[in-house]
Write a protein that binds this ligand. Structure first.
Ligand SMILES: [Zn+2]
Length: 327
């Protein structure tokens, strides 16, 4: 049914329409410091709607990036947790390959102060030119780092041997369920007006004021994804990752190698899962395994003592993350 637009006067224009978007986590490298035949160096991509958000770019991750068919010219951000080689040496290769493959859209890159120097010096020495602009942002402080229309990215200091960041991608709250029967009773025809009311826009229709709050249930949570980077577990990270729908946490060692984990500022599987439990996350995905483990059964077993909902990441795994109410 068509609406006579003259009949509709918007009292408040807060058109923050949030459309439902698919979100998946794609693992582009799941090994610790040394790659194996099966596992490449650290890299995790979050494909959210038309955007790709990459956390770390270990050497060779571009091969998995291409295999995963994430797309070469989508909106893209890259976050580097720290500048150990196994987390950042693949950045140059990825940037260059994207250029050679015809990328034109700019990329925003985030990391510690020396990241900019690392990229610029290499660009100069290697004389590689990119077909698209890049902006390298230095992470100055903890807190909200990026604010997009319907999600934000927060950063927190991890506990590693050099300056290292952990990240959270959190979506904004979404409108509540629309009470269609209320709308029918109020004589509002099925139209775009339903969407406007659901998104918090009060309207005047045929001389009658209609308030969005009368037609919509309580707002619903978005998704919250945590990325640990390399780190020891800490109380600070436990608070930071509180309530994540999915937490991707490093799990370099088994309990038997706990001394090494402490010495090298990494986590054991059991420590990662204990943090997930106390932080009340819904799902834990373990990654960044030492190349000494050809079989990850022990890692999985030790982790499951503390926390049941665990996945062991493999290169090219794709994990769909549904909205909380659909989980
Ligand atoms: Zn490291």
């Amino acid at each position: 049914m068509l609406i006579n637009l003259i009949e509709v006067i918007f009292l408040i224009n807060q058109n923050k329409a949030i459309i439902l978007v698919e979100l998946k986590i794609v693992f582009l490298g799941t090994s610790g410091a040394i790659p194996t035949y099966e596992r490449g160096l650290s890299s995790i991509a979050i494909a959210r709607g038309d955007e790709i958000i990459i956390f770390d770019a270990g050497e060779g991750m571009q091969i998995k990036f291409i295999k995963s068919k994430l797309g070469i010219n989508k909106k893209m951000k890259i976050f580097i947790t720290h500048i150990h080689g196994d987390h950042c040496l693949g950045l140059l290769g990825l940037l260059q390959t994207l250029s050679l493959m015809g990328r034109t859209k700019s990329i925003e890159i985030f990391g510690e102060p020396r990241l900019q120097e690392f990229v610029l010096i290499n660009q100069k020495i290697l004389t590689f030119k990119l077909n698209y602009p890049i902006t390298i942002h230095t992470i100055q402080k903890e807190g909200i780092l990026v604010e997009e229309k319907d999600y934000h990215i927060r950063v927190c200091l991890a506990d590693h041997s050099i300056l290292t960041f952990s990240f959270i991608l959190e979506e904004n709250k979404r409108p509540g369920i629309f009470k269609i029967e209320h709308a029918h009773k109020a004589g509002i025809p099925e139209s775009q007006l339903y969407s406007l009311l659901q998104h918090g826009v009060d309207i005047e229709y045929k001389g009658k004021k209609l308030f969005a709050r009368d037609f919509t249930g309580p707002s619903r949570s978005g998704r919250k994804i945590g990325i640990s980077g390399d780190t020891r577990p800490s109380k600070k990270l436990e608070i930071f990752f509180k309530g994540c729908d999915v937490l991707v946490f490093e799990s370099t060692f088994t309990t038997q190698e706990r001394e090494k984990a402490i010495e090298r500022f990494h986590s054991t599987a059991s420590e990662a899962s204990l943090l997930a439990k106390t932080a009340k996350v819904k799902k834990l995905i373990l990654t960044h395994f030492s190349s000494r483990y050809t079989n990850l059964k022990l890692i999985e077993m030790e982790a499951k003592i503390n926390f049941e909902n665990i996945l062991i990441a493999h290169d090219l795994d794709v994990i769909n993350v549904p909205y909380p109410e659909k989980n």
